[in-house]
Write a protein that binds this ligand. Sequence first.
Ligand SMILES: [Zn+2]
Length: 397
Amino acid sequence: MTCAGINNVLSSVYSVSSRSLVLKMATNSPTKSASSNSYKDVQGYIHAVSKVQIPANPKSSRYFDFTIQENHEETRVICFTPEIKDELKRREEAKLPTSLKNISPQKRRYGEGVEYRMNKYSRIEQAKNLAFQWKTSNTDESDTSVTQLLQSAPNGQSVGLKAKVLFKGDTETVYSKHAKKDLTKCDLVVADTTGAITVTLWESQIAEVEPNGCYHFRELKLNCYNKKYLGSSTKTMIEKCEDIDIPDTITIEAVNLTPNQKAKKNITGTILAIEVKKIYICINCKSKIQDAPDTALVKCPNCNLKIKKCELISTTTANIMIKDEKGENMGRFFCPHAVLRNLFQAIASAPGFNMDKNIDTLSANIMEETLLNVSLLSFQVIMEDKIVKSIDLGDTE
Ligand SMILES: [Zn+2]
């Protein structure tokens, strides 16, 4: 194995690396078995093997992590060969003494100390005669308090917290440039006996909490954007916990974190003008592809592949102008995918319509014509943001 070989592996793992990993590795202690002194062998017990993590950036490699208990010390190991996860899981469950060969120590990304990386040159072997015992993992991060988080915890730290949900906002759909798809998010304001903080939950985790419920959140990440807040990741775990009494002073403090509830307005009327836009996401490079009307195929502008539309995920949105019952033009509004999807499901099941329930199969043109022909609709909008929250069929028939 050459140094250039290692370099290639590392640079393929890190699409962007401002730090020189190779230089850092070279400062670590020598090893007997690897030809490069940047690698070492360790022996111990395996704990806390994670699920395979799929990075949001499609160019980044899949990975999982675990810890290796070397006597009293536990060290995080990140592994970029998901194929060996099952073997490590088996060794964790069987508490087998394990030797990890040719792994590279790295400075930890967050906090002090060292973590290890395994790549395709690393090996797992049975260890013989370990001089220390298997013990219960102590990697379970100890829970922290909100005040500790706000005052002393570093950004990026993974934290556990027991807290009460004082506020749960609306679930919003946002387009993630990073993941190149629509994701749902929801902001909470949570509090413990020491303070209040905002928590942003994503995707399936949103349904796991209710307002006024108390939860043990694990593996939330501390972020800072204007102010400190916690965000969930695929590793986050949420469990109900015992009731927490929040002092009045904290409840009042929490109100300041609660976003202003924007006023929703109900309008009955019709659509005066509309433009429906369909965007597809390339199955290969995840780029956005504009719809090509009247054909079953689209071509990715980035990787030039032609793909059948029916194989692709589509996002359908619209700009609409609404005229209310009195004939007043209410202006132009943005209509998200979920609103159109629900509306066309309602239209497809309404008497007299002959239409597919699934908006993926409907052309922008047929959707525009259909909506311009409906004589009465009820809209719920946020005037301030010019966004449509829902559209229902009016029941004039
Ligand atoms: Zn593509």
